[in-house]
Design a protein around this ligand. Structure first.
Ligand code: PHB
Length: 393
């Protein structure tokens, strides 16, 4: 039995970008259908990054004044850069009067899913989009398979690809599944979750001769940490003792609180921006449009920044028949995307030790780190970018 539904905006992907877009559209009286191939449990339990920019928190608070960001999440007023065995605090409050919040993405998703479902959003799990058709007409559509394996067609006025780095919507926009500017890095992160109290009050980004390490957090008794590794490393190759010894060697000056490691994963590093972000009646947001390496903590924040721009453009197009903003979407979104690309690349290259780095490269890198921490202008640049540029800049 094949089914067909009609809506104004078909949103492929129920991640932060897709869900926030459905909320902003609903606020403007524009109905949408959101589909995701994953189950609700899968969406709510996938471990992703944890840092929210000030602007992201402001938006989540506007959407839901009782958001748990303020009760379960933690405000961080700075981070530490560590190199040459010494720590250097980047004081966000003092430098730019902004903060970030540590509040993991799966918690954001749990909140948004509950909110959208309570508001009656048409949100379908286990639905796999296969392709998008007719984006050059006023009636684009998503061809999908529903949770029972039956064909489903969603006819819409506009289709949005919020469906991550393996986007099914992307080929309809760019003409190919890959089409974009792309860079790979010669390292990855081994991420762990462990049962231990926090080892520091704030995040530590550490450059050491043994490679990079990031000491992050999750809750009073679960911590998230990462260590630079080979992209083809087997996450299970090291014993727990070896992981702790390696991590500890990379953060001299801090005694890590150790505990049982109950999850490990290897995160590959890529930078990517699709050649086109919009074609006719289809647009891309978030990881479907771009990928950043995680060192700048930009991924989810950049996705949400795209959505704010796209929601305004769709309001103008669909409620006022004004196409000017949607015609400018790619150009407007690209400004921030490329700033975030640069910042993520910069943090990554400044803090990691490339496998072929020689003595000159190491000394130059320490010089670069010193030129950031020794200067208020340098620290301010980092603080501005990390806490997030204001909307539209
Ligand atoms: C995390 O806590 O997962 C995290 C924090 C900062 C980053 C990346 C990941 O830059």
């Amino acid at each position: 039995m094949s089914t067909s539904v009609r809506t104004r905006v078909a949103i492929v992907g129920a991640g932060p970008a897709g869900l926030i877009l459905s909320q902003l559209l609903a606020d403007a009286g524009i109905e949408s259908v959101v589909i995701d191939q994953r189950s609700r449990t899968e969406i709510e339990s996938t471990i992703r990054a944890g840092i929210l920019e000030q602007g992201t928190v402001d938006l989540l608070t506007a959407i839901d004044p009782h958001t748990r960001v303020h009760t379960v999440g933690h405000r961080h007023d700075g981070i530490e850069l560590r190199f040459g065995g010494e720590g250097h605090r980047i004081d966000f409050r003092d430098l730019v009067d902004r903060s970030v919040w540590l509040y993991p993405q799966h918690e954001v998703l749990t909140d948004l899913l509950a909110l959208r479902l309570a508001a009656g959003q048409d949100l379908r799990f286990g639905v796999t989009a296969t392709r998008v058709e007719d984006v050059d007409t006023d009636r684009p559509r998503v061809i999908a398979t529903d949770a029972d394996g039956a064909p489903l067609t969603i006819d819409a006025d506009f289709v949005v690809g919020a469906d991550g780095s393996r986007s099914v919507v992307r080929p309809a926009v760019t003409g190919t599944s890959q089409g974009g500017w792309f860079r790979e890095y010669p390292f990855a992160w081994l991420g762990i979750l462990c049962e231990a109290p926090p080892s520091a009050d704030e995040l530590i980004y550490s450059n050491s001769d043994n490679g990079f390490a990031l000491i992050s957090q999750r809750s009073p008794d679960v911590q998230r940490m990462y260590l630079q590794c080979d992209p083809v490393a087997d996450p299970d190759a090291l014993t727990e003792e070896e992981i702790w010894a390696d991590l500890q060697s990379r953060v001299p000056g801090t005694t890590l609180h150790q505990g049982r490691i109950f999850q490990r994963d290897v995160l590959r590093f890529r930078s990517f921006v699709a050649h086109e972000l919009r074609r006719g009646r289809a647009a891309l947001v978030g990881d479907a449009a771009h990928t950043v390496p995680p060192t700048g903590a930009k991924g989810m924040n950049l996705a949400i920044a795209d959505v704010v721009i796209l929601a305004a453009a769709l309001r103008a197009l669909l409620a006022e028949d004004d196409a000017r903003l949607i015609d400018g979407y790619a150009q407007t979104a690209s400004r921030r995307i490329w700033k975030a690309q640069h910042f993520s690349w910069w943090m990554t290259s400044m803090l990691h030790v490339a496998p072929d780095a020689g003595e000159f490269d190491r000394r130059r890198q320490i010089g670069e780190l010193r030129s950031v921490v020794d200067s208020r202008a340098g620290r301010t640049y980092l603080a501005e970018a990390y806490t997030g540029w204001p909307a539209g800049v």
